[in-house]
Design a protein around this ligand. Structure first.
Ligand SMILES: Cc1ncc(COP(=O)(O)O)c(C=O)c1O
Length: 398
């Protein structure tokens, strides 16, 4: 589907629908008059086939306890196999209500209080929060940054895994916020290191359908024909792809039978929910019929990215923008044009943008902003001209 058809058919107004991005702006930023390019969801309705499946189910009217039908696995497995050559098995699969919730559960299963857990910053900030909130020791390895081209610092990882006795690595693949789609050789190096150092990997692949650059996505499950499968769990979800976070369904993929057994015991002890009926109804239809819809979404994101790049760099060539390989989140380094201390004033108070500020993402994030491009082009255009004016104004007052 081209971007015009996509926007015509799927763009919706989320004001006053209890959308956090719009209706929760005041609570987060203290103002409600900002252009919302923050929290990672989209302004778009899910594929029509998914909405129809939901409506049919709602029409039925009974919502008692339900199981996950075989047709759900078939639809999801086919999607993963056709697009990424990932081979899945039903006995590996468990369900949750969200990827972050599943990370918390996995931390309980794979670690003890005070164990060390490593993350690669800058990274999605709930990783650090859940580690600390669950009384685990946070160990940070910083990504290497060469003018916003990010790579993994294996030496630093190896040294800290050893010195801090790291038990688990939480890997973000593709990586939010720097937009990297890790190559198979990069992943292989990380997984080989983790194997050597006896570090288990929780691999968060929630953004894996959102591939906008040239580099193909490789799942941790597929590296070297599954060589590292026993040492990892993969978490993903239809929620980021199809904009259905509030339908509460995530996948917990555990190839290792021992980890699976421990996880199942944990689920029993905690009486954890296994996703939601309506989430599975919508996702099954989306996996069946959502291919064209996803193409349309990615066209919108690519066009928005191109717009930002052209206009921001034309005004200020010293701004550095990370290549967007995956996710719909653009990572922009404003350090050379806005002093760090004035970033909030320029971006929020002057330009009236609600963005995720880089400092939220930890080590290496300061001076950056993260722009959510899964939105109508008019918001991106307004945001970029407002940002350029705000930087201009700040320069002339300097
Ligand atoms: C890397 C990553 N993991 C997890 C999530 C959130 O997932 P969930 O809403 O399923 O907890 C996000 C949302 O932005 C994310 O970027």
């Amino acid at each position: 589907m081209d971007k015009y058809t996509f926007l015509q058919e799927y763009n919706v107004d989320r004001h006053h629908t209890d959308a956090i991005k719009w209706d929760g702006m005041e609570a987060e930023f203290g103002q409600s008059d900002l252009i919302p390019l923050w929290i990672a969801d989209t302004e778009f309705a899910l594929p029509k086939a998914a909405k129809k499946a939901l409506l049919n189910r709602i029409e039925h009217g009974a919502f008692g306890y339900s199981l996950t039908p075989k047709s759900y696995y078939d639809a999801y497995f086919k999607w993963q196999k056709d697009r990424y050559q990932i081979e899945l098995h039903q006995d590996w699969m468990r369900f949750g209500t969200g990827v972050v919730q599943s990370i918390v559960n996995m931390l309980q299963v794979l670690t003890e209080p005070d164990d060390s857990v490593m993350i690669m910053q800058p990274v999605y900030y709930p990783f650090a929060n859940v580690i600390k909130n669950n009384r685990r020791q946070l160990v940070v390895t910083a990504l290497k940054n060469d003018h916003e081209n990010y790579t993994i610092d294996l030496d630093d990882m190896a040294q800290k895994m050893e010195s801090k006795a790291v038990k688990v690595l939480i890997l973000c693949s593709p990586h939010n916020p720097v937009g990297r789609v890790w190559s198979e050789s990069e992943l292989e190096a990380v997984f080989a290191l983790c194997q050597e150092k006896h570090v288990r990997v929780i691999c968060d692949e929630i953004h894996h359908d959102l591939i906008v650059g040239q580099r193909p996505f490789v799942s941790a499950l597929s590296i070297k024909d599954g060589l590292y499968r026993d040492n990892l769990v993969v978490l993903d979800s239809p929620s980021k792809t199809f904009n259905m976070s509030s339908l509460l369904v995530s996948h917990v993929i555990i190839p290792n039978p021992q980890i699976r057994r421990k996880y199942d015991q944990f689920v029993l002890r905690q009486a954890l929910p296994q996703g939601s009926l309506l989430g599975k109804v919508a996702a099954e239809a989306a996996y069946h019929y959502g291919q064209e819809w996803l193409d349309g979404l990615l066209e919108v994101v690519k066009a928005n990215e191109q717009y930002v790049r052209e206009h921001l760099l034309e005004a200020y060539p010293e701004i550095e923008i990370a290549p967007l390989e995956g996710t719909y989140l653009l990572w922009v380094n404003l350090k050379k044009v806005v002093p760090e201390a004035k970033l909030k004033q320029v971006v929020q108070q002057k330009a009236h943008l609600a963005v995720d500020f880089g400092a939220w993402f930890g080590n290496g994030g300061a001076g950056h902003i993260r722009l959510n491009l899964a939105t109508e082009p008019r918001y991106v255009k307004e945001a970029i001209s407002a940002l350029i004016c705000a930087i201009d104004e700040n320069h002339s007052n300097f």
